[in-house]
Design a binder for this molecule. Structure first.
Ligand SMILES: Cc1ncc(COP(=O)(O)O)c(C=O)c1O
Length: 367
């Protein structure tokens, strides 16, 4: 059997007619940048997240960067985030001139270690940026309590958590604002680059709207110095169609995760933990084993591609080492990077394929 790590084509086929007609609407209206399709998506996505405003931008990285800029965070400020995240979380902070302060992750949640945050807070700290990695929500009650105690802003990096919830509130609705990515492989993915800022803060929404479009309040009237970070019309059109299916797709991802758990039961692999207070959306299904490299090549030999999220922790990346974090600075993150393996997970993955992947993992351990 030959498995795909992700099958975007299968997903397109399942909604082809709707997508094609939405795209042709953009073609016929020539609303290629922002325009009505983006506005329609913004309205729907804000409501979906339980926020008042959504601002469509050209990537998740831009979304995080524009939130920080809109809040006036920059040189001399510190923003606390998880050591185990995608590089863009940290790059967005650094790009403002602020200093990213990394905190190691918890070995069970694999998200920012709540017990270690307070020790990382200095007088320069302005914000905490929790990352809901792999679609698993950070305990937002605890984050909010820490932020309140130390007078910090909370900015969620929800790039991997579309539709995830903590105690019935969706990702994106907890802090002052949140950044989403619509990179094609995300749970809600565009057909190109895309991202969104969501917030219920009117002033922040207005500033972010200006910042994404050269600081314009109206065309060619520049209130503040801004950027070109606009969402294009095709992405607004695609995302509007796909948003209607997000809950169903997230449920199907949960179905795949459940089936993996059954198939992998009793093996010496660590499975992702399920948490009572949250609904996780399995952007990735990440297992852990000391025999990671051997398992990965065994699976590949059997037609099963896997990925590592992420193979090298940010503080050990060439572009970041100069910030002065020696090996051993974040032991949990470092250990995870040696043990993690992301298995294929997407709504269109068939039961027979999950069973095949499960059987090959079992075969590997029982050889
Ligand atoms: C946790 C996290 N933050 C930020 C980003 C950045 O999003 P984008 O690739 O759309 O810029 C991603 C995307 O991969 C992500 O996974």
């Amino acid at each position: 059997m030959k498995i795909k790590f992700l099958d975007l084509h299968a997903q397109y086929n399942s909604i082809k007619d709707e997508i094609d007609s939405a795209l042709s609407e953009v073609l016929n209206s020539s609303s290629f940048i922002l325009g009505p399709m983006v506005a329609k998506f913004e309205e729907a996505f804000a409501a979906y997240c339980g926020c008042k405003h959504a601002i469509g931008v050209n990537s998740g990285t831009s979304a995080l960067f524009l939130i920080l800029k809109a809040l006036g965070i920059g040189r001399g400020d510190e923003v606390i985030t998880a050591a185990n995240t995608f590089i863009a979380t940290v790059a967005a902070i650094a790009e403002t001139g602020a200093t990213p302060v990394l905190v190691d992750v918890d070995p069970v949640t694999r998200n920012i270690d709540l017990k270690q945050i307070e020790a990382a807070i200095t007088s320069k700290a302005r914000a905490i940026m929790p990352v809901h990695l792999y679609g698993n929500m950070v305990d937002m009650d605890r984050i909010s309590a820490i932020a309140k105690k130390h007078d910090l802003l909370v900015i969620e990096d929800a790039a991997q958590a579309h539709g995830a919830a903590f105690r019935d509130k969706r990702a994106g609705s907890f802090g002052i604002a949140a950044g989403f990515s619509f990179y094609p492989g995300k749970n809600l993915g565009a057909y190109g680059e895309g991202g969104a800022v969501v917030t219920s803060d009117k002033g922040l929404a207005e500033t972010a709207r200006k910042l994404r479009d050269h600081g314009f309040s109206k065309k060619y009237f520049c209130d503040i110095l801004g950027y070109n970070a606009r969402m294009d019309g095709f992405q607004g059109a695609v995302l509007s169609v796909k948003l209607k299916y997000l809950d169903k797709w997230n449920q199907e991802r949960n179905g795949v995760a459940k089936r993996y758990r059954e198939k992998l039961e009793g093996l010496s692999v660590t499975l992702p933990t399920e948490f009572r207070d949250s609904y996780q959306v399995y952007h990735q299904f990440v297992i852990e084993t000391d025999a990671r490299d051997e398992l990965q090549s065994y699976l590949l030999d059997n037609g099963i591609p896997t990925l590592l999220h992420y193979p090298i922790p940010i503080h050990r990346q060439e572009g970041f080492i100069k910030a002065g974090f020696p090996s051993g600075s974040f032991p949990v993150t470092e250990k995870l990077s040696e043990r993690i393996l992301s298995l294929p997970i997407y709504p269109e993955l068939k039961d027979s394929e999950v069973d095949y992947i499960g059987s090959k993992i079992r075969e590997f351990f029982e050889r």
